[in-house]
Design a protein around this ligand. Structure first.
Ligand SMILES: Nc1ncnc2c1ncn2[C@@H]1O[C@H](COP(=O)(O)OP(=O)(O)OP(=O)(O)O)[C@@H](O)[C@H]1O
Ligand SMILES: [Mg+2]
Length: 257
């Protein structure tokens, strides 16, 4: 069976540190995969390797069977893999619209001369972007959509996280990577955010999501499959219930054995 994405024996080294050690995993179209593991187990490194932000020391990354190992980040992005970052990369002084539309970097022709000569075409592209960003914000809430031109610094934490997700979604990815999206949220906000992720998925049934998360309640609710890393190696892969019942996971990750 062909998978949307596969990692085959992917390794990443930082000097003497083996951050990923022959990691293999498959992601099917339309699934939500939870990636869990202790601090420093290689979760973010896996996202970085997949999006071209760090070099691999071996193995292959396949998107739809095509080898994307070693591609530059913008080329991985244009093939439909987008992400959020563990540390926010939003620009607080810019508007909500600007922060989201950056994710459609290929959609606007920024050549001033051609834009002056073809004002109609440029205005149509701006209008189209506005509509698209507005519709995306409205999937989260009409209130957020109404704040499209507010400066980002006026939004609270959960809305800022939603903006980061919108930025990754605006390019209509096939594979969305979320790196600890609920970090710093209250339990109530985390709960609301889970509903958002499920909404995003039901609006995009063919899109696959890999979500790194320490919040086990969120995992239980949204992830159809969980993959557990430890020291850069995959130590468990299965349904949430199967994975948390695994004695190794209980001891090494949950510390509850
Ligand atoms: N650019 C880098 N240079 C050197 N070492 C790095 C680099 N990036 C990550 N590491 C190391 O690689 C290991 C894996 O880090 P990574 O950030 O992938 O872990 P993580 O599972 O995302 O952890 P956390 O849950 O804390 O976010 C850690 O030991 C980390 O210190
Ligand atoms: Mg991390």
């Amino acid at each position: 069976m062909s998978h949307l994405f596969s990692a085959r024996d992917v390794s990443v080294r930082f000097g003497g540190l083996q951050a990923l050690d022959k990691l293999s995993l498959d992601v099917d179209e339309g699934t939500i995969i939870g990636l869990i593991g202790p601090n420093g187990s290689g979760k973010t490194t896996f996202f970085n390797a997949l999006t071209g932000l760090c070099q691999t020391a071996g193995g292959q990354l396949l998107l739809d069977g095509t080898d994307i190992t070693g591609l530059e980040p913008r080329h991985v992005y244009s093939r439909g893999v987008t992400r959020t970052f563990q540390r926010s990369r939003l620009c607080l002084s810019l508007s909500v619209f600007d922060n989201v539309v950056i994710g459609r970097q290929n959609s606007l022709d920024l050549n001033i001369v051609s834009n002056l000569l073809q004002r109609g075409r440029f205005n149509a592209a701006v209008r189209e972007n506005h509509e698209r960003v507005r519709a995306l914000l409205a999937t989260f809430s009409e209130m957020l959509a109404g704040r499209i031109f507010d400066p980002l610094h006026s939004l609270n934490m959960i809305d800022r996280r939603r903006i980061e997700v919108c930025r990754a979604l605006v390019a209509e990815p096939r594979l969305l990577l979320l790196d600890e999206p609920s970090a710093g949220m209250t339990p109530d906000e985390t709960h609301e955010f889970m509903d958002d992720i499920l909404k995003v998925r039901s609006n995009n049934p063919r899109m696959s999501i890999i979500i790194i998360e320490h919040e086990m309640d969120l995992m239980r609710r949204v992830a159809e499959r969980c993959i557990v890393l430890n020291y850069g190696r995959k130590v468990a892969d299965g349904t949430f219930d199967a994975v948390v019942a695994d004695p190794w996971v209980q001891e090494a990750y949950l510390g509850t054995s």
